[in-house]
Design a protein around this ligand. Structure first.
Ligand SMILES: [Cu+2]
Length: 144
C-alpha cells in the first residue's frame, strides 16, 4: 500500500501548486505575554494576489477562547481598541498589515502564557479564500 499513498500525496501536492491560494500570510507573530496577562495581540501581513476583494471574517486558535479582529484609534487623546465590524476587507491585489499599534488579532482568554520561542496554530477564515492555517511564532516583548 506504500506506492498508492505516495502517489496520492504527490498528486495532492501538485494540485496545491496549481490551485495556489490568492491569499498568503507573511510573518505571523505574537508577543510573549506578561505574567497574569489574559489577552495577546497577533500580527501579520495579509497579501492578496487575487482579482476580487476578500474579507477576513474570523479566526480561531486552540490557545485562546476567542480571536477578535481589532483596530486601534486615537479617541480624545486615548488609544482605544475596537472590534472590526463585519470582518476586515482585503482589497484585490492589496496588502493589509496587522502590526503593533494598529490592526491586530486579539487572542482573548489565553489558555496558557505565550512564551517567547514557542509557536501556535491559528485558523483564519476568509469569505472567499476559505480557511488558511498559519503558525504564529511568539517573540520576546520589546524592551523599553
Ligand atoms: Cu486588541
Amino acid at each position: 500500500m506504500k506506492t498508492p499513498l505516495a502517489l496520492l500525496l504527490l498528486l495532492a501536492s501538485i494540485s496545491q501548486v496549481i490551485a495556489a491560494d490568492p491569499i498568503t500570510i507573511e510573518r505571523p507573530f505574537a508577543r510573549a505575554s506578561a505574567p497574569g496577562q489574559m489577552v495577546g495581540g497577533g500580527f501579520m501581513t495579509i497579501v492578496h494576489q487575487g482579482g476580487a476583494e476578500d474579507r477576513l471574517v474570523s479566526a480561531t486558535t486552540p490557545i485562546a477562547r476567542e480571536v477578535q479582529i481589532h483596530s486601534m484609534n486615537m479617541d480624545g487623546g486615548v488609544m482605544r481598541m475596537r472590534q472590526v465590524e463585519g470582518g476586515l476587507a482585503i482589497p484585490a491585489g492589496g496588502r493589509v498589515a496587522l502590526q503593533p499599534g494598529g490592526l491586530h488579532l486579539m487572542f482573548v482568554d489565553l489558555n496558557a502564557p505565550l512564551v517567547a520561542g514557542a509557536s501556535f496554530p491559528v485558523t483564519l477564515r476568509f469569505a472567499k479564500a476559505g480557511e488558511i492555517k498559519v503558525e504564529f511564532s511568539v517573540e520576546a516583548r520589546p524592551t523599553k
